[in-house]
Every structure is written in structure tokens, then in C-alpha cells.
Design a protein around this ligand. Structure first.
Ligand code: B12
Ligand code: SAM
Ligand code: SF4
Length: 681
């Protein structure tokens, strides 16, 4: 565990089903499925996470649903191996075989885990040639022919929702372990003894999700909760949209099926009582259902009662801007960090048409940003670089459109995911893909009708610079707006020049980033982690690097044109002084006092009005601000740190010099020395 990982004591709670709500139905001890003695079959469920310390859900659901069957409970032992995908093959294998080589290995696959999953499957097959190897999950589902062609060691592929199908597979394996009869089991593809591939009809999705017993409430995930920093919570399944790049709306199906509020309430209570800091709500459109408002209220109540959760992230619904921003604001006001994500992907009309996103309400960015500012919610943005229908120049325009309204802006290169519209129409759109990462199975879209291979690389370098300045750094919150309004510098121009500058400078911090620009395709994903490490080790160095970069590029160019650059330097100072404080000490004692870091600073312009979007005009004068930093960023779950940086931005307030405020304020103004002081409230 990293030294600064949160180590607050966790309370333990009874893992018996919640009797008051009764929604787990029976009082059957589903955990018996994990007992080792007297069982005929050992099935191991392996699920590999994309980020450290996430607790995944699919394997828990599969085990819990199978355990409802009395025969399975009596005759099958299920072991769960839930680890980060990069934990190492030997460690994973050790976990899988620690109580004997399994008869059934069932693996859950996302794009980030496929190569590791394949290697594990190959090894288990060698250890036990009779083992039945089952795959399921988004990345492999419905890929029968291609899937089996490259995996001689795989036996069964589950298509779509897996709970009922997995139960049926286990029952058939109990009848004949070596050659289970699967021909009449819906929802799967399998290889026959003669090497032929058979795909059975799709299975109906579960309409009542409460039929799946909660793996949390039944204690199946108990042993993992202690080491988990982020727990997943699923409140509904499905998405009413079908964006061409996304698996969700197309393969999962449009109809929304939801868990009941009572069951969710019991799960949330358990997670809060166990002291899980950070929750990720898996829904595609959280807030879309009426019960979601009650869920938000309950989260806030739990935060008060238990002190947890501290952060909740999700994909917010796109159908009702005002209501959704209000839900996010409610979380924030209740002490739960959450941001509103403007997941626009692009603002280029032709790209939105092809992506099937032309008529979404979230495309009204101005309106949402105004709502966010009104409610004190941090707006962050998401764009995809490389969407068919968009050139590099148009992408930069999309970037400028969204940067105007957001405090942080993530850009991802487009993956052509299995089971998506783009996957099906690659030829028509001129899409060329490449898989370059040994640890993932992501097919990058490196060319299409409007994007050359060189454009693609330029965009990837842009992504790295953006990771440094706007995602990892979130250094630019005010500066680019001022550069635009004062000197007409487009937002993307403040980002774009970083690549060349880093490659040609001897600034010590820049040395850390050179390798990413040299091999952008294979390394861009790691650039974000590098920013975090740099911030932890040398926050001042990173800020200085940015300062030097702007002096050497934007400022010197503007100075040559005779423009006033002093105001830009002031804006950069504003961003630097309001930048989150990296207090990375270990503190074992429980948080009893809310501590903060405070300073006052004087600026020659009213930057605060510009930052709040109240004005685009810079009013000159003498403006004294209190800059109030929350302490405790060091405790923020490491896997969500870039959300954390957003939540830990300083609160800035203007001090009216001529008002009759209490003495303390006058004193602060006099002090005005930019020194950071720690105060306990
Ligand atoms: C939580 C989440 C994350 C978390 C990580 C979660 C984790 N486990 O580590 C975070 C926020 C970090 C994340 C990041 C990313 N994510 Co994400 N994420 C999700 C999300 C919202 C929920 C996943 C989940 O747990 N669902 C709940 C479970 C129960 O559903 P399920 O996995 O589908 O399982 C069911 C069936 O598939 C089947 N099944 C699954 N496994 C098995 C196994 C067996 C044996 C059987 C029988 C059946 C079976 O049965 C299950 C129950 O019905 C999904 C969307 C979604 N709703 O699935 C996207 C999703 C998985 N993410 C996606 C993407 C693209 C990303 C990013 C690449 C985004 C980006 N551009 O950066 C990153 C990559 C991160 C990385 N390190 O590589 C894609 C993945 C597509 C793919 N083919 O891999 C998804 C599907 C969303 C989408 N756009 O389509 N993600
Ligand atoms: C898990 S998705 C959820 C999206 C959200 N529900 C929405 O409507 O946009 C989170 C982000 O991952 C990115 N993403 C999704 N599919 C992608 C793909 N095929 N390639 C690259 N990035 C992708 C998008 O930027 C998206 O906003
Ligand atoms: S991108 Fe979002 S809205 Fe579109 S299909 Fe995927 S989950 Fe649904």
C-alpha cells in the first residue's frame, strides 16, 4: 500500500442480509458457496480491474446468483479472485490455484484485462487439461468466431448478461464435467468436441434485477472490502442512447432495468458502515430515474452518519440538465465530492451525427456550465480525439468550445470497441486500427477518412500535453480564458506548444515527460500517472516548468507583437496560488478537526469574476482575495486523484477593502503576503 493511502479504521458490520428491508429475500446463507468441504466441483471466478483498489462487481453477482440454486450451493465451491489487471501473472495464478487447480475457470473481460486473462487461461489449461474455461464480459461478448479462432484453450463464451447463463453452465458441468451439454442453454457460444462453434439464441435480460442477491449483503465480498478504496454500485442497467463508439447502449440494450431502492439503501449502508471512501456508480445515466434523487439524499445522510462516502463519481444522465446539476450540487453540499461531467465527446456536427449524439441535451454546454457555476459544481469535460467526421483542426475547435466552460477537460483517443457501431462500419468510414499495448486489447483508431496517421499522432501528443496541463495539472483554469479574452489566443494554443518545448528544453522537470512525446502511442496512458508522481515529489518544479514554457512560447510571441503580457502572468499566478495543496503526510489519527490552508493575495485584476463566468471583461484595480484550501488531498483515493485535484481546488473570495468587516479581515489584507497558513476551524 502506498505510504499516503488512506488508512482510517474501518468498522465491521454484520454481513447478514438486511432483515428490515427483506429484499434479499431468504435468510439462506449464500456464503456456503465458498465452503471448501465435500464439494464435487471447484469454480474460480477471476475478475481483473482497470484501476488499483477498485472492487469489481460482475464476479460477485455471478457467484451470488449461482448460489441461489440449492444443488450448486451443496456441490459447487466458488472462489473469487479479484485483482488489478497488472498484479502479475504469477501472483494471479497463485491466487487461483491456492486451494487446488479449478475445474471451471470463469473470467470476466474488459479491454484492459484481455491479454492477462488469456495468459492465465492458457496456464490453467496446461495445469488441468480437463478444466472448462469460460469467458464473459463486454469485450469478448458476442465475438464468437474471432474469439475462438485465437483461443484454442477457451471452451465457452457467455454473451450478454451472465447471471442465469453462468448458473446453467455450472449445473451442466455437475452432470458432465468434461463435456457439458450446452446446446439448449441460451446466451452462449461454445466449441464442440469436433472443434465446431455453436452459438445459442440470446437470453432475455433479467427484468427484475433484485433477483440477483446482493454479493455485498450476503458477505461474498467481505474479504475484499478491507483493501478496497473504490467500491462499485450498480443502480440500473442499460442505456437509452446508442452512441456509435460505446458498447453500452448497443450491446446492453436500451431498456433500463433497475435495482429497488430498498436493496440499494441496504448496500449503501453497508459500504458506508465499512468506511469505503469512494463509490463509483456504474450507471450510464445516473439521475435518469426518480429513485436516483432518493439515492442522493441517502448518500448525504450516510455521509453525516458514518463519515462515508467522501467521493461519488458516476456518468450523469443527459436528459435533464437542471435536475442533474442540482443532484450533483446536493452531494457537494452534503460533503460528498462529485463533479459534473460534460461528456460531449465533440462539438463538430458531422462527428456528432456519425456518433449518434447530435440531439443530446448536454450539447447545450453554455446552459449547463451556467447551472454548474450557479450551484458551485465543478464542470469537467470529456472529448474523444479521432471520431469519424472530425479533422484535427475541427477537434481543436471542439476543444476550444468545451475548454471555455470546464475546469478540467479529459481527452481520450478513440478505441474501436467490439459490439459497437464503429466496429461494424469500419470499412465505410475508412477506419484503420492498430493494437499496440501489450497489456490491453484496445484497437486504436489511427486513421479514417478525415484523419491521417500524422494527424492522429499530433492529436496524441496534444493529449499528453493536455494530461499535463489540464487533467493531471488542472493548472489552467483561469489562464487560457484570460489569454483568449485579452490577446485572442485560442485555448488549444496554450496547450499545443508544450510538446515541442518539452522536447527541446533542459528544464529538469520536463525531462520526465520527454519519453511520452517520443513514443506517444505506447506511453500516452502513463503520462497521467507521471503528472501525479511529479506533483507529489515536486509540485513547485511542475509549476515552474509551466511558467517557463509559457514565457518561452505564448508570452514571447505576444511580446513581439507588442501585446501586454503582464496580465497573463498575473492570471497564471492566480491559477498557481489557487492550486490544490499537496499535503502528503501520513496521519493515523482519525480526522476530528476540519483543517484548511488559508492565504490572502492581491491581484491587479478582478480574476474572480472571470473565473466564475460572470464577466469576460477584465476590470483593473486592486483586488484582495482570501484563498482557502481544503486540507486532506493526501487522503484522496489514489486511483481517483485527478477527480481529487478538482475537488480540492481552493475557494476564493474577494475581501472588500472599504467594508466594515471584522478586524480579522483587515489584518488579513494587511498581511496580504501570499503566505500559506494552516488553520483549524
Ligand atoms: C466501473 C467502470 C470503469 C472503472 C473501472 C472498473 C473496474 N472494474 O476496474 C473506471 C472508471 C476506472 C473505468 C475506466 C475506463 N473504462 Co470503464 N466502465 C465501467 C463501467 C461503468 C461499469 C463496469 C461494471 O462493473 N459493470 C457492472 C457489471 C456487473 O457489468 P458487466 O461487467 O457488464 O458484467 C455483466 C456481463 O458482462 C456478464 N459478464 C461479465 N463478466 C463475465 C464473466 C463470466 C464468466 C460470465 C459468465 C459473464 C460475465 O455478466 C455480468 C452480469 O450480468 C462500464 C460500463 C458498464 N455498465 O458495464 C464501463 C466500461 C467497462 N468502460 C469502458 C471504457 C472504454 C473505459 C476506459 C477505457 C475509458 C477511457 N477512455 O479511459 C477506461 C479504461 C481504464 C483502464 N485502466 O484501462 C468500456 C469498456 C469497453 C471494453 N470493451 O473494454 C465500458 C463497457 C463502457 C463503454 N464505453 O462502453 N471504467
Ligand atoms: C464509460 S464512458 C461513459 C459515457 C457517458 N455515459 C456518456 O454519455 O458520455 C466514459 C468516457 O469514456 C470515453 N469513452 C467511451 N467510449 C470510448 C471509446 N470507444 N474510445 C475512447 N474513449 C471512450 C468517453 O469520453 C466517455 O465520456
Ligand atoms: S456514451 Fe453514454 S449515452 Fe452513449 S451509449 Fe454509451 S453510456 Fe449510453
Amino acid at each position: 500500500m502506498p505510504a499516503d493511502r488512506h488508512t482510517a479504521p474501518r468498522r465491521s458490520v454484520s454481513r447478514r442480509p438486511n432483515r428490515r428491508t427483506g429484499h434479499t429475500g431468504d435468510l439462506v446463507d449464500l456464503k456456503a458457496i465458498m465452503d471448501e468441504t465435500g464439494k464435487d466441483l471447484h469454480a474460480c471466478l477471476l475478475e481483473l480491474t482497470g484501476e488499483q483498489a477498485y472492487l469489481p462487481l460482475a464476479a460477485g453477482y455471478l457467484a451470488a446468483y449461482a448460489a441461489k440454486d440449492e444443488e450448486i450451493r451443496r456441490r459447487v465451491r466458488i472462489s473469487l479472485v479479484l485483482e488489478h489487471a497488472q498484479s502479475g501473472i504469477d501472483r494471479l495464478l497463485h491466487q487461483i490455484v491456492r486451494a487446488g487447480v479449478p475445474d471451471v475457470l470463469a473470467i470476466s473481460c474488459q479491454g484492459w484485462s484481455v491479454p492477462v486473462a488469456d495468459e492465465i487461461a492458457r496456464r490453467v489449461r496446461t495445469l488441468n487439461p480437463d478444466a472448462t474455461i469460460v469467458y464473459g464480459g463486454n469485450h469478448v461478448s458476442h465475438q464468437g468466431r474471432d474469439f475462438f479462432a485465437s483461443r484454442p484453450y477457451a471452451d465457452i463464451l457467455v454473451n450478454g448478461e451472465g447471471e442465469e447463463t453462468f448458473r446453467d453452465i455450472l449445473l451442466r458441468c455437475l452432470v458432465d464435467r468434461r463435456d457439458p451439454d450446452l446446446a439448449d442453454v441460451p446466451g452462449l457460444s461454445f466449441r464442440t468436441k469436433t472443434g465446431e462453434m455453436v452459438t445459442t439464441p440470446d437470453r432475455e435480460r433479467l427484468a427484475n434485477l433484485d433477483e440477483i442477491p446482493s454479493p455485498y449483503l450476503h458477505g461474498l465480498l467481505d474479504e475484499f472490502l478491507d483493501s478496497c478504496e473504490t467500491a462499485l454500485l450498480e443502480t440500473n442497467r442499460g442505456c437509452p442512447y446508442h452512441c456509435s463508439f460505446c458498447y453500452w447502449g448497443q450491446a446492453v440494450g436500451q431498456r433500463l432495468h433497475s435495482f429497488s431502492y430498498d436493496r440499494l439503501k441496504a448496500e449503501m449502508t453497508l459500504l458506508a458502515a465499512r468506511g469505503i471512501d469512494s463509490w463509483y456508480i456504474c450507471d450510464a445515466n445516473f439521475g435518469i430515474l426518480r429513485q436516483d434523487a432518493d439515492i442522493v439524499d441517502e448518500i448525504v445522510r450516510l455521509r453525516q452518519e458514518y463519515g462515508f462516502p467522501k467521493t461519488v463519481h458516476t456518468n450523469w444522465a443527459k436528459n435533464s440538465n437542471q435536475r442533474i446539476v442540482e443532484l450533483c450540487a446536493k452531494l457537494n453540499k452534503g460533503g460528498v465530492h462529485s463533479t459534473y461531467t460534460l461528456a460531449l465527446q465533440s462539438t463538430t456536427e458531422s462527428a456528432l451525427q456519425l456518433a449518434n449524439r447530435a440531439n443530446m441535451k448536454i450539447n447545450k454546454i453554455g446552459e449547463i456550465a451556467r447551472l454548474c457555476r450557479q450551484h458551485g459544481v465543478v464542470p469537467r469535460g470529456e472529448l474523444i480525439w479521432g471520431l469519424p467526421g472530425e479533422t484535427y483542426q475541427e477537434f481543436l475547435r471542439s476543444y476550444d468550445d468545451l475548454a471555455e466552460y470546464t475546469d478540467a477537460l479529459s481527452v481520450y483517443p478513440l478505441y474501436i470497441l467490439p459490439n459497437t457501431e464503429y466496429h461494424r462500419s469500419q470499412e465505410v468510414l475508412g477506419i484503420v486500427t492498430t493494437k499496440v499495448e501489450p497489456d490491453t486489447d484496445y484497437a486504436y483508431c489511427v486513421e479514417h477518412a478525415q484523419m491521417t496517421a500524422d494527424d492522429f499522432l499530433a492529436g496524441l501528443r496534444f493529449i499528453i500535453s493536455n494530461n499535463i496541463l489540464k487533467v493531471g495539472g488542472i493548472l489552467f483554469r483561469l489562464y487560457p480564458r484570460v489569454a483568449w479574452s485579452v490577446a485572442g489566443v485560442p485555448y488549444h494554443r496554450t496547450i499545443e506548444g508544450l510538446a515541442d518545448w518539452v522536447l527541446n528544453t533542459d528544464h529538469p522537470v520536463a525531462q520526465r515527460f520527454k519519453k511520452y512525446y517520443r513514443s506517444p502511442l505506447t506511453t500516452h496512458r502513463q503520462s497521467l500517472t507521471e503528472v501525479w508522481l511529479t506533483l507529489k515529489r515536486d509540485r513547485a518544479g511542475l509549476l515552474d516548468m509551466v511558467h517557463q514554457y509559457l514565457e518561452a512560447t505564448v508570452h514571447s510571441a505576444l511580446a513581439e507583437q507588442g501585446a501586454q503580457v503582464e496580465v497573463l502572468r498575473e492570471a497564471l499566478r492566480f491559477d498557481a496560488e489557487t492550486y490544490p495543496v499537496m499535503d502528503s503526510r501520513i496521519r493515523e489519527e482519525q480526522e476530528s478537526v476540519e483543517e484548511r490552508y488559508v492565504r490572502t493575495s492581491t491581484f491587479a485584476y478582478d480574476f474572480l469574476s472571470v473565473k466564475h463566468g460572470e464577466s469576460r471583461q477584465l476590470t483593473p484595480g486592486r483586488f484582495v482575495y482570501t484563498i482557502d484550501h481544503p486540507a486532506g488531498l493526501w487522503r484522496y483515493p489514489i486511483e481517483n486523484w485527478y477527480f481529487g485535484l478538482l475537488s480540492y481546488q481552493a475557494k476564493v473570495a474577494r475581501i472588500q477593502e472599504n467594508s466594515t468587516e471584522p478586524d480579522r479581515q483587515a489584518e488579513l489584507i494587511r498581511a496580504g503576503d501570499h503566505t500559506l497558513r494552516k488553520v483549524s476551524l
